[in-house]
Write a protein that binds this ligand. Structure first.
Ligand code: HEC
Length: 114
């Protein structure tokens, strides 16, 4: 095999292994994280950092509105970004700076909005 075809083969094999790993691993959160009762007022305070992008009127102009989603859905999404299970870099950075209590507070607040 030439050097070039060796390279192509290893890139192909590496790519396949990564895909297989992603397909098997499912992201799960422990009950202790899901049971945290988010503080609404704290969530409202933190949300101003989010609403420059996630518009308060919930309109989607390239960025999804997140008002009124299920608490669990928002909690999962933020932990998935934080753990780089979801790929978006901006959200990985935003969620990376949040602790479990802050995520719970934000989820309670956004879930309470229409
Ligand atoms: C700079 C813009 C920006 C900021 C600030 C921002 N987001 Fe996002 N957010 C995005 C984009 C873009 C997406 C869609 C990413 C994707 O495709 O995965 C997203 C996705 C999400 C999702 C998943 C929505 C879905 O439909 O799956 C949640 C939940 C979320 N953001 C919550 C937040 C919270 C909470 C904050 C504040 C801590 C925040 N975001 C701050 C741009 C932003």
């Amino acid at each position: 095999m030439s050097l070039q075809s060796n390279l192509i083969a290893s890139v192909f094999l590496f790519g396949t292994a990564l895909n297989a790993e992603q397909a098997i691993e499912k992201f799960t959160l422990s009950p202790s994280i899901l049971e945290i009762q988010g503080d609404l007022a704290y969530g409202e305070y933190l949300a101003s950092d989010c609403q420059t992008c996630h518009r308060a009127d919930n309109s989607n102009q390239g960025i999804p509105g997140i008002n009124g989603r299920e608490i669990t859905e928002i909690v999962y999404a933020l932990h998935e970004y934080k753990n780089k299970y979801r790929k978006n870099q901006v959200m990985q950075m935003m969620a990376g700076g949040l602790g479990d209590e802050e995520i719970a507070a934000l989820a309670s607040y956004f879930a309470s909005l229409q």
